[in-house]
Design a protein around this ligand. Structure first.
Ligand SMILES: Cc1cc2nc3c(=O)[nH]c(=O)nc-3n(C[C@H](O)[C@H](O)[C@H](O)COP(=O)(O)OP(=O)(O)OC[C@H]3O[C@@H](n4cnc5c(N)ncnc54)[C@H](O)[C@@H]3O)c2cc1C
Length: 160
């Protein structure tokens, strides 16, 4: 009989494919690795959900860092989020995400994702957003996705 997973992820978009190695890492630290099972409804060629469209990620920072210029402080990020959502945002959760965005590049880099300086053009995102190498998640974060899938496969006991 197949063992029940410790973590069940439904839908293999960016959220789940980041959650898979995160769950694995979290439980590995405290003992045996988590058994992660990921269920995705889309066919193989559509895996990754809307990640295919994602080109950059907004990151809070107080000084210039790697691919980011200037500063994008927590308060400005929060005000931007508040504006685009028309105020329909949970402030506590939003601030948790905003503060976490300081560290996400390091975590993604450790999992094989690469960033590049923002391209010049009509959109000027070099201050607020870290761009994925090669123009989007198709080229960059797919590595993280593959890793997420490998983790999920390794842990569900089916081996591939
Ligand atoms: C055109 C476009 C451009 C974007 N650009 C950016 C950007 O530059 N920067 C940025 O930060 N964000 C951007 N986004 C937003 C970003 O892509 C999404 O917020 C993010 O990809 C959402 O990830 P997710 O895992 O929550 O959901 P999704 O990517 O939607 O993944 C959900 C997954 O669940 C699967 N699924 C659904 N129902 C079921 C079911 N019943 N059973 C099993 N599986 C199921 C789907 O097939 C899919 O794979 C963009 C979005 C779009 C559409």
């Amino acid at each position: 009989m197949t063992a029940l997973p410790d973590v069940l992820l439904i839908g293999g978009g960016n959220a789940a494919l980041c959650a898979a190695p995160t769950a694995r890492e979290a439980l590995v630290a405290g003992g045996p690795g988590a058994r992660v099972l990921l269920l995705e409804a889309a066919p193989r060629e559509w895996r990754g959900g809307n990640s295919a469209h994602t080109r950059s990620i907004p990151c809070m920072h107080d000084t210039p860092q790697d691919v980011l210029t200037g500063a994008y402080p927590e308060e400005e990020f929060w005000q931007d989020l508040h504006k685009v959502t028309g105020g329909r945002t949970d402030e506590a959760l939003a601030r948790l995400v905003i503060r976490g965005s300081q560290h996400v590049r390091g975590w993604m880099h450790r999992h094989g994702v690469r960033f590049q300086p923002s391209l010049s053009g009509t959109l000027h995102l070099s201050r607020t957003n870290a761009s994925f190498m090669g123009g989007g998640l198709r080229r960059g974060q797919q590595r993280l996705h593959r890793e997420g899938l490998r983790e999920a496969r390794a842990d569900n006991g089916r081996g591939g």
